[in-house]
Design a protein around this ligand. Structure first.
Ligand code: SF4
Length: 462
């Protein structure tokens, strides 16, 4: 989920302000910290409260008002108070207590070191981690299941690894909405899917959190023979019965790679996907009648597997789960339509669009408005996934090597657009090829793009 979500959740609307000066400790530290701190400053913005305090990279944020800071949630929520006392240990080991009052316009200006990700307690047969080829980089083998990232970034979490303390924090901080992988509301079916006999009953968890004011976006990863048919119907009925607490449900077909355990689980066929779409659209019709929104949505992949056309853009009600591949094509079409007026003049240029097989057949419909707006001609390179195998069709998981080979074949192209999701924050493709290496080798300039208009807008392309 984009960082903008954090803004929607209001962290930045509370601006703390420094009232007093710092008070270096002369005697015993009045704040008890029972274990090594884990909250370390990575960077400090200029013209911020943190810079006024003299904080810098490596400083450790220990406590606010005597309460130990465990992670970014504590920091963001406790520092949102009008006034607070901040206990810091600088990188040089000096401990300081700051007496702070919120200013009008001064941002906190602290970037924290990334949090340690909470590991998953499940062993789903369809886990993407098991679908990685041997030798993939370590980070691809992390099974993360972290309610904090669910709240903060919209990552889906199963909530099966929550400790009592986590439950208390979710309620105290009102972490809403949470993005929850439900899969099935039948507790036994869900335990089988998660391969976790200790997984708590998800409906009980959702109801308990809902009583505390938490709402949910949910997903059901459809695994034929396990949670489709009557099980899907029951799951949708149970989630529907929770009323407004369940904001949306997505139904997404399970995705496997060539390396996944195909003897344990399989992807749905066209008939199975069609049956799921029918169930989704039945519930959607009811939801539109009773709640004025569709509530449940099939992912693009579900419609493609079913060989059915996508619903119109209006059917996605604001695209609440577009990051989960729900309505992504319609969303893209809308963006292109919205932004054609601000496209760069690229008359007589040739633009190559690289994508995966999922979007390959859908992409050409986006080209005519782009061509009219820019004057360029657009052509397509549809890449099969040579890393995970052809069953992985999403552009975001294409390896650098596939791009390298596709680009080398093209002559006379003025610009190649690559899917921005395929490159991580370190500039690496999934196979560890770097974007920099690709740029050095490619016979044309490259641009990463999420939705065309980000790379082709006049101010970007200028
Ligand atoms: S919940 Fe399942 S799919 Fe997700 S990381 Fe854990 S084992 Fe993998």
């Amino acid at each position: 989920m984009p960082a903008s979500q954090a803004g929607r959740r209001g962290f930045d609307s509370h601006r703390p302000l420094l009232r007093g000066g710092d008070r270096p400790f002369g005697g015993p530290v009045p704040v008890r910290v029972s274990r090594p701190p884990v909250l370390t400053v990575a960077a400090v913005a200029p013209d911020s409260l943190a810079s006024e305090l003299g904080l810098g990279p490596g400083d450790e944020l220990l406590a606010i008002n005597g309460r130990e800071l465990v992670d970014f949630l504590d920091w963001e929520f406790l520092a949102a108070d009008d006034a607070f006392e901040l206990h810091v240990r600088t990188a040089s080991g000096r401990e300081t207590l700051f007496d702070i009052e919120r200013p009008e316009d001064l941002p906190l200006g602290v970037t924290l070191e990334p949090p340690k990700i909470r590991r998953c307690a499940n062993r789903c047969d369809f886990c993407f981690v098991d679908g990685n080829p041997a030798g993939s980089r370590k980070s691809l083998f992390i099974r993360d299941d972290d309610y904090r990232l669910s709240f903060r970034h919209g990552n889906f979490a199963t909530l099966s690894n929550l400790k009592d303390r986590d439950v208390r924090r979710i309620l105290e901080y009102r972490l809403s909405p949470l993005y929850v992988s439900v899969h099935a509301t039948d507790a036994e079916v869900r335990r089988r899917l998660l391969r976790n006999p200790k997984a708590p009953a998800i409906l009980d968890q959702l109801r308990m959190f809902a009583e505390g004011g938490i709402q949910f976006h949910t997903q059901i990863v459809l695994v034929p023979g396990h949670n489709d048919g009557a099980v899907l119907e029951r799951s949708l009925g149970d989630l529907w019965a929770m009323g407004d607490d369940v904001l949306s449900v997505s139904v997404v077909p399970v995705a496997l790679t060539s390396f996944s355990r195909h003897d344990l689980v399989r992807q749905p066929g066209a008939d199975e996907a069609r049956a799921a779409v029918a169930a989704v659209e039945r519930w959607q019709a009811r939801a539109r009648g009773e709640r004025a929104a569709g509530w449940v949505y099939g992912s693009d992949e579900l419609y493609m597997t079913a060989d059915l056309p996508f619903p119109p853009a209006e059917a996605y009600d604001g695209f609440a789960q577009v990051e989960n591949g729900v309505g992504a094509v319609r969303y893209l079409e809308q963006l292109v339509e919205r932004d054609v007026a601000r496209m760069a003049d690229m008359t007589d240029r040739r633009v190559l669009v690289c994508t995966g097989t999922a979007m390959g057949r859908l992409m050409p419909r986006l080209f005519p408005p782009l061509e009219r707006a820019t004057g360029a001609s657009f052509e397509l390179a549809v890449l099969e996934n040579s890393y995970y195998g052809p069953s992985v069709t999403t552009a975001g998981l294409l390896p650098g090597d596939a791009f390298r080979r596709a680009l080398a074949e093209r002559q006379g192209v003025h610009l190649a657009l690559l899917p921005a999701e395929a490159v991580n924050e370190d500039g690496l493709f999934v196979d560890d090829v770097t974007l920099a290496a690709l740029e050095a080798e490619a016979p044309m300039p490259l641009a990463l793009s999420y939705h065309f208009t980000d790379a082709l807008a006049a101010e970007v392309a200028a």
